[in-house]
Ligand binder design. Structure first.
Ligand code: HDD
Length: 750
């Protein structure tokens, strides 16, 4: 076949498992290229439904079985119809008074088509507008049974889930790799009612009271006059707010750390942030915080990578999530809880558990694993599922209850309220993605977009006309438990507890827990962001906050800004660092990582296929990079020098030294008028230079070793010149356990 037809993207194979993608390019074989498209000229029978095309559940909002999902209103039927099912003769020409005449108002098909199109968009989310979702399964270990009666946490229970990851500040079309907090919202369709765990990848929040949410968001969103900048905090209004409202400093330092630029949604931790109250079968309670721990480890981009990707592939995180799932490299997390005694003070180790700007270090309260989440299915339709999914903190099953955290309390109002505008009314739980898997038997009626046809005449209680149904449930019937906590006799006030006034000790704790290289990244992030502010006063005010966190941090950022470093205005607290907060200095698995393999079609291809297979077997994804698409020998090419860029790969293997192609830009030295030293394509040299600068492991064998020399990286840390492909891969895989070759980064701060 022609090279263009034979191109096969191993990551996107529809057949599921990674290993299938290795199958030779035989038409029809698993992992092979799809058959050529038919010319769309003859009507034919509808295609069979895709297995995943059903609604995510099989009950109506009133609990009735719906049977097989209908697909008749997808565009798979043989004939085009109106919305009312009348077959159409023509959808390309409007009805006119003669071919050159005016369009007639009576053209109902034209009006239906245009009207529907005019109303295709719904308001984007006021925050977290940009996101990507996936379906999956949660399996409980049973380890939480002693502390909660929640049925879905009983040993071995499997529960369907839908997860939506997001950025916070950007609009729907903004880039994925901006410096921002990431949302991590999980809908568990439990058989006792839906549980929404609406968390972030950062365990603390900017504000302690929900009443301040409009303030922080107005400050973080683009300036109201010019509506810039998009999707980032590097501007005056954000820093104006957080420097004046110092309880935001803890969340802000997390954003300035590598956590603000995750490598992938698959490599993010997630946090429920608030403290929840769990209640067991005996009615005993504990306080708890939820944590998601990614199987692949916690990894971030470098700032330069994040910036490059913003232009090269703004959908980087979305694509990564879908590609991984379609390749069968299912993303996984463990759900864990930190458990605290439910004391009247609601504190643990002196930390106020109702203050959402505080963590409890894992060294003080271990995160105990309670179950495993696997994401194994991408959405069938982005709008229907990812856009219309509606999370709400009040979606709680029996066994999990709220606390008085004032941020949580306000959220309990906001999430339903916002859907009334966004999804157009109060019946959004009837949208397929939002339908509970538990039987619903409510007495909510009518309203915009009511889809249920409720039978009967008595949607009220008490009634006799429906035989008294429905009846309230008790413990035996798994009724929700509002834990009867005692509410203190206290005056009605607009105030916080005094413990909420400590705005710096945990920010310092975070800073001191970072490794030197992570500290360096934080300094650079503050220097970049404040450097983007126009107002001197705002920079100076933020420097004051940095002085209250740590003098070295403050001095370094002040130097970068060309400003004097102020003295602290509060005593620097004596805190114990928490190593669990650092991403560096640990051993991480290499599963799911992307390995780019550069091949030279004119060179020695010996051993390349073997290396690809070994990368697959190690649970990683090999991507062959060549000057052109199609095939190189027997091997399908996934990226060309035009479509591949270093930022996509976690490590690079060089199996050859491709000569400069005619379409390559001139080499750097050639531009300067000196003879080009390179016998290697400059795009390969750029790939290696960037991979080196971003501290990635690089391995080469055979002619590939020349590339290391010409890129000027031979013999440096994390660069392996090996005798064979297998040897190069083994060495690179060992380097990847540390995620990056950290010693390549300068670390000014010890
Ligand atoms: Fe929020 C969306 C996470 C505080 C009001 N929030 C939203 C999403 C996430 C979070 C992940 C996206 C859900 C999705 O994918 O559909 N929000 C948080 C966390 C917070 C937090 C972890 C603090 C611990 N949020 C917060 C406060 C308020 C809101 C204090 C209001 C008082 N959040 C909303 C919202 C959104 C939302 C306006 C926008 C779209 C939506 O809810 O459905 O209601």
């Amino acid at each position: 076949s022609k090279p263009a037809e034979a191109v096969k993207n191993v990551v996107k194979t529809a057949s599921g498992k990674i290993a299938d993608a290795l199958t030779p390019d035989v038409p029809g074989a698993p992992g092979s290229a799809p058959p050529p498209l038919e010319e769309p000229t003859t009507p034919h029978d509808p295609l069979p439904p895709k297995s995943e095309q059903g609604a995510p559940q099989t009950r109506t909002p009133t609990g009735a079985e719906t049977g097989a999902p209908t697909i008749a209103n997808g565009q798979q039927g043989a004939y085009l119809t109106t919305a009312n099912g009348a077959r159409l003769r023509d959808t390309d020409h409007s009805l006119k008074a003669g071919p050159r005449g005016p369009v007639l108002l009576q053209d109902h098909h034209l009006r239906e088509k245009i009207t529907h199109f005019d109303h295709e968009r719904i308001p984007e989310r006021v925050v977290h507008a940009r996101g990507a979702g996936a379906h999956g399964v949660f399996t409980a270990y049973g380890t939480a049974e002693a502390v909660t009666r929640a049925g879905f946490l009983k040993k071995g229970r499997e529960t369907d889930v839908f997860v939506r990851f997001s950025t916070v500040l950007g609009s729907r079309g903004s880039a994925d790799t901006v410096r921002d907090t990431r949302g991590f919202a999980t809908k568990f369709y439990t058989d006792e009612g839906t549980f929404d765990l609406v968390g972030n990848n950062i365990p603390v929040f900017f504000i302690q009271d929900a009443i301040k949410f409009p303030d922080i968001i107005h400050a973080g969103k683009p300036h109201p006059d010019r509506e810039i900048p998009q999707a980032q905090s590097a501007h005056d209004t954000f820093w104006d707010f957080v420097s004046l409202h110092t309880e935001a400093q803890h969340h802000t330092i997390w954003n300035m750390s590598d956590r603000g630029i995750p490598r992938s949604y698959r490599t993010m931790e997630g946090f429920g942030v608030h403290t929840f109250r769990l209640v067991n079968e005996a009615g005993e309670t504990v306080l708890a915080k939820f944590h998601w721990k990614p199987k692949l480890g916690v990894h971030s981009l470098t700032w330069e990578e994040a910036q490059l990707i913003g232009g090269i592939d703004p959908d980087f995180h979305r694509r990564d999530l879908y590609d991984a799932i379609e390749a069968g490299a299912y993303p996984e997390w463990e759900l864990g809880i930190q458990v605290f005694p439910d004391t009247p003070e609601e504190t643990f180790a002196g930390i106020d558990l109702l203050d959402p700007t505080k963590i409890v270090p894992e060294e003080l309260a271990e995160v105990q694993p309670i179950g495993r989440l696997v994401l194994n299915r991408t959405p069938t339709n982005f709008f229907a599922e990812t856009e219309q999914v509606a999370f709400h903190l009040g979606h709680l099953p029996p066994g999990i209850d709220v606390t008085n955290d004032p941020l949580l309390q306000g959220r309990l109002f906001s999430y339903v309220d916002t859907q009334l505008t966004r999804l157009g009314g109060p019946n959004f739980t009837q949208i397929p993605i939002n339908r509970p898997h538990a039987a619903v038997n409510d007495m909510l009626r009518d309203g915009f977009h009511q889809h249920a046809v409720h039978a009967g005449v008595a949607p009220y209680r008490p009634n006799s006309l429906d035989g008294g149904n429905p009846f309230p449930a008790g413990d035996a019937e798994h009724a929700f438990v509002d834990v009867p906590v005692t509410v203190a006799q206290a005056p009605k006030v607009r105030a916080n507890p005094a413990s909420f006034d400590d705005h710096y000790s945990q920010v310092r704790l975070f800073w001191l827990s970072m490794s030197p290289v992570e500290k360096e990244h934080i300094i650079r992030a503050y220097t970049f962001e404040l450097g983007k502010c126009y107002h001197q006063t705002i920079k100076e005010r933020q420097l004051q906050s940095l002085a209250n966190i740590d003098p070295v941090l403050c001095e370094q950022v002040a130097t970068g800004l060309g400003l004097p470093a102020p003295q602290p205005t509060v005593p620097l607290p004596d805190v114990t660092p928490s190593p669990a907060l650092s991403q560096v200095g640990r051993e991480w698995p290499s599963d799911g990582r992307m390995v780019g393999i550069v091949v030279d079609p004119d060179g020695d291809l010996e051993g390349v296929d073997e290396v690809r297979r070994a990368v697959f077997s190690a649970g990683m994804v090999p991507l062959l990079i060549a000057p052109h698409g199609g095939m190189v020998g027997d091997l399908p090419v996934q990226r060309t020098f035009a479509t591949g860029r270093s930022v996509e790969f976690d490590a690079v293997l060089l199996a050859g030294a491709p000569a400069p192609a005619p379409d390559a830009l001139p080499a750097r030295d050639a531009k300067a008028g000196t003879p080009a030293p390179a016998t290697v394509d400059p795009r390969v040299l750029l790939l290696v230079e960037e991979s080196w600068r971003h501290a990635k492991a690089i391995g080469a064998w055979g002619a590939g070793v020349t590339v290391l020399e010409q890129a000027g990286v031979a013999g440096t840390p994390g660069v392996v010149a090996a005798g064979s492909g297998a040897e190069a891969l083994t060495a690179v895989q060992q380097l990847m356990a540390a995620h990056r070759v950290w010693e390549r980064f300068p670390a000014a701060v010890a």
